[in-house]
Write a protein that binds this ligand. Structure first.
Ligand code: GLY
Ligand code: MN
Ligand code: MN
Length: 510
């Protein structure tokens, strides 16, 4: 449920009877047209079937989550929980406090026969309610109209009921030997507490039963996260759109480099330009943009973006547009602000690019997720060895040793890849066996993003390399026999990147 707000005491709102009656009258009838079933909803129905098959006979409670207070009576922009978005097809800011329940259906033979999907939410209030004009948080006058039960039902292709009916629906038939309930706990603390109360009332109050229930909930969350490892066709299309919009926003940033230099506090200018495009083309940025010029590029998640952008520096931009359906790109380009790499910058850039090429070549079915990192990091380690940066006498084999080596990680401490989708670090609850050790399968979407980061105070590094940070990050979809680079439209080689900057963000054909 939504967090409680603090309203300002000084606010005064008329409450006279005549005023209230006046506000409620003479509104034209609502347009009762029902929306068609969305394409997203059709795919969501198929995803629910997979979840249903994994939990026969159990009631699954998947909340969207509620509004979170930013301060006093102001909330953060709402974003539904990713599992909820995946299983309903709802995106953007929909639908605070809604809860999807997959309710087990019993066949004539008494055996589990799938689930009925029911969406509980707060439907549009009538105009004769006080909420209509007086509730600044959810009222139609203030934040716009919500869907009715009927319109959400036709839009999403599932049953819809008023949120007030949720507690009874969750508690139904949950006594000894009855239906067991699982909830995605982190989506909504109050819904989780309500499920806990239902369990207690059903007699499941012993310590071991509470522990078993917590484990059952964790298993549901992990299962839903794992189900998202392979994307369906619609999800791949969302990712294509996210990356396309991201590429356009990168062009705009490159076009604005001279202005970022001229204005001062150029990293913020870059952040703003990217954010403008992200908010215009989609729902916004999928994560806080990393706009890191010069030495800041050696801070992996530099999101303060308070620095200058100066001639002669590299700008590392790691940013992604999130579509209205909530799928995000995650792309990095490192570009010379003045349009030409210095020899030292180019040396680092070429090494990272070679590592990325090795990672991309390893991203194919039959290989494991971790093979992508292994291929990329070997190239990184080899360059560092050739440059004389690894400890005296350490061989390539020794530094690549997982237990005793890894000296090269001083300059690339992060992994090469992660899954990408509704969350920028998608499927994070999947077990190691399914994720890092898992085989790559057609339809998986991941990043390939090696980097090298030489801090300016790193005394092990020759002076000419200090303060240089380079990352190159692309988003790929695994195909039947390899992968397709979704962000291939963006310049990537050092020459292409220079030409792009020199042309003011215009990509050369081919
Ligand atoms: N933008 C964070 C990452 O690349 O994982
Ligand atoms: Mn990134
Ligand atoms: Mn990434």
């Amino acid at each position: 449920m939504s967090e409680k707000q603090h309203k300002a005491e000084h606010r005064n709102r008329p409450t006279g009877k005549a005023f209230m009656a006046f506000m409620r009258q003479n509104w034209a009838p609502r347009d009762g047209q029902l929306p068609p079933l969305t394409e997203a909803a059709r795919y969501a129905a198929a995803r629910r079937e997979t979840v249903s098959a994994a939990f026969p006979g159990e009631r699954l409670v998947i909340p969207a989550g509620g509004l979170k207070v930013r301060s006093n009576d102001t909330d953060y922009v709402f974003r539904p929980h990713s599992a909820f978005a995946h299983l309903t097809g709802l995106g953007a800011d929909r639908e605070p406090d809604a809860v999807l329940v997959l309710d087990p259906v019993t066949g004539e033979d008494g055996a589990p026969a799938g689930h009925e999907a029911v969406l509980y939410f707060l439907p549009l209030a009538d105009r004769d309610s006080e909420e209509f004009f007086a509730d600044s948080r959810v009222g139609e006058f203030w934040v716009g109209a919500r869907p009715t039960l009927e319109s959400a039902s036709t839009e999403l292709g599932l049953s819809t009921r008023h949120l007030g009916e949720l507690p009874d629906a969750v508690a139904k038939d949950t006594g000894a030997g009855g239906v067991s309930v699982r909830v995605v706990r982190d989506a909504d603390g109050e819904v989780a507490a309500m499920v806990d109360r239902v369990r207690q009332q059903a007699g499941l109050a012993q310590e071991d039963q509470v522990e078993a229930a917590a484990q059952a909930d964790a298993e549901l969350a992990r299962s839903l996260s794992t189900h998202r490892l392979v994307k369906d066709d619609w999800e791949v299309r969302q990712m294509e759109e996210a990356v396309e919009a991201t590429a356009t926003a990168f062009d705009a940033v490159v076009a604005e480099l001279p202005e970022a230099v001229r204005r001062g506090r150029g990293e913020r200018w870059i952040e703003g330009v990217f954010g403008l495009h992200a908010r215009h083309a989609g729902n916004g940025v999928g994560y806080d943009s990393i706009c890191a010029a010069g030495e800041h590029a050696t801070t992996l998640h530099w999101t303060r973006n308070t620095g200058e952008v100066q001639e002669g520096q590299l700008l590392l931009l790691d940013a992604g547009v999130e579509t209205d359906s909530l799928y995000t790109a995650d792309v990095t380009r490192t570009v010379p602000v003045s349009g030409t790499f210095t020899p030292a910058q180019r040396r680092v850039y070429e090494a990272v690019l070679e590592a990325q090429e090795a990672g991309l070549a390893a991203a194919r079915p039959g290989n494991r997720f971790k093979d992508v990192h292994a291929a990329a990091i070997e190239v990184i380690a080899r360059h560092l060895l050739e440059w004389g940066l690894l400890p005296e006498g350490v061989t390539l084999e020794q530094t690549l040793d997982a237990e005793e080596g890894q000296f090269h990680r001083r300059w690339m401490v992060h992994g090469t890849s992660h899954h990408l989708g509704i969350d920028v670090h998608d499927c994070a609850l999947a077990l190691r066996g399914d994720y890092v050790e898992g085989e790559l399968r057609e339809g998986m979407i991941l990043t390939v993003e090696p980097g090298l980061y030489f801090k300016s105070d790193d005394l092990l590094v020759p002076e000419e390399l200090r303060g240089i940070g380079v990352r190159i990050e692309d988003d790929i979809v695994i195909t039947a026999d390899g992968n397709r680079n979704l962000s291939a439209m963006l310049p990537r080689t050092a020459d292409e990147v220079e030409a792009w900057v020199q042309a003011g963000g215009v990509r050369s054909a081919g």
